[in-house]
Design a protein around this ligand. Sequence first.
Ligand code: AMP
Length: 482
Amino acid sequence: MSSFAELGLSPELLKAVEDQGYTEPSPIQVKAIPLVLQGRDLMGAAQTGTGKTAGFTLPILQRLAHYASNSASPARHPVRALILTPTRELAVQVEESVRAYSKYVPLRVTVVYGGVPMDPQTQALRRGVEILVATPGRLLDHVQQKMLHFPQVEFFVLDEADRMLDMGFMPDVKRIIALLPKKRQNLLFSATFSEEIKKLADSFLQDPVLVEVARRNSVAESITHLALPVARERKRELLAYLARERDWKQVLVFCATRLGANRLAYQLNHDGVQATAIHGDKSQPERQLALEEFKSGKVRVLVATDVAARGLDIEDLPLVVNFDLPNSPEDYVHRIGRTGRAGATGEAISLVSPDEHERLEAIEKMIKLTIPRESVAGFEAGTSATSTSAASGMSDRPRGRAPRGEERGRGREGRESATPHLPRAPARPRPASSRPPADPIFSAPYVSSSVPTTRPQVAAHGSSTRTARPIAALLGGVPKQK
Ligand code: AMP
C-alpha cells in the first residue's frame, strides 16, 4: 500500500490529509488520484464509504491550486470544478470534505441544494467560488436566475450516478452537462453499474478508465449480516426489545415508506427508545436537526426511508437495521453501506417477515452471501404475542393482553396467530467472510420488557470500545474472487 506522498500530492494537501488523521490512502484513492492527476476521465465503481470523495477531491485541488488567489474580485474566482450529488445530505458532506482537504489551498468552495432559501447561496455565488457542490435542481434554479455560468469549468464530477438515475435527476443532469465547456475532465462515481449508467457514462466521458475497488454490487467484508425471522406485526416490538436489551446507542433503521418511518419513530419513543425520523416530507432544517440529534447521541434510533438516507455519512455507524426489506436488492447494498465504513466493523440486521423471504433471497443472490437466520426466542415468525407471554412465564396476564408498555401494535394478534408457522430456517453454512453474530441475545430466552432483565454481557454498540481498523480494510481493500 502506497502512502499519500507517493501518490504525488503536494505538501499542502498532504498536511490537510494528515490533519484528518488518515495514515494511508484507501484503495480507491490509490487508484484514482494518479489518474485524475494525469488528466484522465474516470468511471469509478465505488460506493460511499470507500473514501472516494478524497479520491477525486485531492487531485482536483492539486490541479486547481495554481488558481488560488486572495483577490476579493469575484472575477478571479470562477467555478472551476462542479460536483453534482443526488441528495442535500451528500452535498453537505462532500462540501465539508472539500473544505477540509483544501485547508491549506485557498480555493473557495460552496454548496447549493434545495429546500432552503436561495438568498444565502446567491450571496456566496456572487462572491465567487472555484469549487461548487450542488444538487441538480437547485443548481438549475441558480442558472435560471443568471447567478451561474460555467465557461471556466475544468472538472465535472457526477457522484452517486445510480442514485441520480433512481431519483429521476437524469434530465436535469443532462441539461447541466450541456451548459459545461466541451473541454473538461469528467469523473463519474456509482455504486452499481446498470446498462443505463454505462450508457450515460458513454455519453459524456472521454476514453474513461474504469476504477473498481469492490466487485460490483458487493458489500464491505467488515459487515456482519443477520436475518431475524419475525411476524410482520411484531417487528416493532422486536426492534424496541433489541434496542433496549442490546443497549443500542446508534442505529439507522430503514422503513419502506415515509408514513411507516414516522409511525415507527413515534412508537419507539412510546416504547422508551429515543427515535426520530428522516424522510423527504421533512424540511431541510428538520432533516438536519434529526441528523444532528442522531450524530450527537441525543436520539439512538434514526428511522429513514431510502431516499432520505442516501449519502448520509455518519461516522462509525455500527448498525443498520432493515425494518422492511428493500424492494430492490441494490437498495440493500446502499442501506448497509452506511455501516462498516472506512474500515470500521458494522452489522446489518434485517427483520424478515414471512412475506419477505423472496426479497431476502434476491439480496443474498446479489451480494453472493448467505445471510444467517437467527430466531430471537419468543419472536420467531409466526409466534404470536400471546404465545410469547406464555413462553416467558407471563401467563398470569389475561390471555392475549400485552404487557404494559407494549400495547401498541398488538391489535392484530388474532390474525397473527393464524399465520402459518414459518419453519425455522435451517442452519446454513456461513461464508468465510461473515463473522458469527457475537451477541448472545439472539439465543437468550425472551423476557418481557415489563420485568427487570439481566442484560447480556455484550459490548454496547456505539461504545467507545470500538476501535478504528486500518484503512486497508476499507471497502474493496480485499477484492473478492467470484
Ligand atoms: P467517502 O467514501 O468519501 O464518503 O468517505 C468515507 C469516510 O472515510 C469519510 O468519513 C472519510 O473521512 C473517511 N476517509 C476517507 N479517506 C480516508 C483514509 N485514507 N483514511 C481514513 N479514513 C478515510
